[in-house]
Design a protein around this ligand. Structure first.
Ligand code: BTN
Length: 258
């Protein structure tokens, strides 16, 4: 089992992971940092991640051996691991698994019945020995109130399905699935082994997307991902554009996913 550092409250588990690795008596990879609440939970693009009690907030600190340009793929691996772990927990709670949809909005948001339920923020730091990655994950489990601007697009397991999931069991499955996939990834060096599984969960698949590229915004149909985790978007003229995570953002045409 991967070593865990558990807190009642902390500013951000991502920040704490880097601190633990860099302070005197530096902690060696891999390890988890978990906290019941975060006072400055970080979201993507400088946003705040609401982290009140009742959610699962954790960061996984790793020192991958693969080239640094492959690090962004770890986020997709974590998304698949978390989605599988949620399915597993729901399987035992719900008799009918057709009562919900759980999908990945490329590259790494997990959406339950069309609303975001998991966010992942991967941060990277280079040093003289290589690089470190912190994969920070927030799962909305029992929150029932969301900030006004999030109400339309965020949800939790509890508000959507009326179900309580144990953070301990969920993390156990996440760790199990992540380690399986990470071991294969370190051997193979790309996402070819995970492509089919990822695409089977991809909310954007065969749907229209708006690619918010700072250079040029365009519309197309998302067809899947390639072995590097890039989104394959078919444009009007039948060309396939490969979209890198991190550079652009992808939206549905109507709402968050649709
Ligand atoms: C997103 O904006 O979708 C990413 C949200 C990531 C939130 C998690 S909660 C645990 C970890 N610690 C942080 O400060 N952020 C991540």
């Amino acid at each position: 089992m991967i070593q865990r550092f558990v807190y009642e409250t902390i500013d951000s588990t991502n920040r704490e992971a880097f601190r633990l690795a860099n302070n005197e008596g530096a902690q060696k990879a891999p390890f988890f940092v978990l906290s019941k609440t975060q006072t400055e939970g970080k979201g993507r693009v400088g946003r705040k991640w609401e982290s009140e009690e009742g959610g699962l907030y954790f960061s996984l600190y790793l020192r991958p051996s693969l080239e640094i340009d492959k690090a962004s793929m770890l986020t997709l691996i974590m998304a698949v691991a978390v989605a599988k772990a949620i399915h597993k927990c729901l399987q035992v709670k719900l008799e009918d698994s057709n009562n919900y949809t759980l999908e990945i909005k490329w590259p790494n948001d997990i959406v339950l019945n069309g609303k975001k339920v998991v966010g992942i923020l991967t941060e990277l730091r280079c040093d003289q020995d290589g690089y470190a990655v912190v994969i920070g994950t927030g799962v909305n489990l029992s929150q029932t109130r969301f900030a006004e601007e999030l109400q339309e697009k965020a949800t939790s397991m509890k508000s959507e399905l009326g179900i309580s999931i144990s953070t301990e069991i969920l993390l156990k499955y996440i760790e199990e699935y992540f380690l399986q996939e990470y071991t294969t990834f370190e051997k193979i060096g790309d996402l070819s082994f995970l492509r089919e599984t990822y695409e089977s969960m991809l909310a954007n698949k065969d749907r229209q997307v708006r690619v918010l590229d700072p250079k040029e915004e365009f519309l197309g149909i998302a067809r899947g991902i390639d072995e590097m985790g890039r989104l394959l978007v078919e444009t009007k003229d039948g060309q396939i554009q490969k979209v890198y995570a991190g550079e652009v953002s992808v939206r549905g045409l109507l709402g968050y996913v649709d």
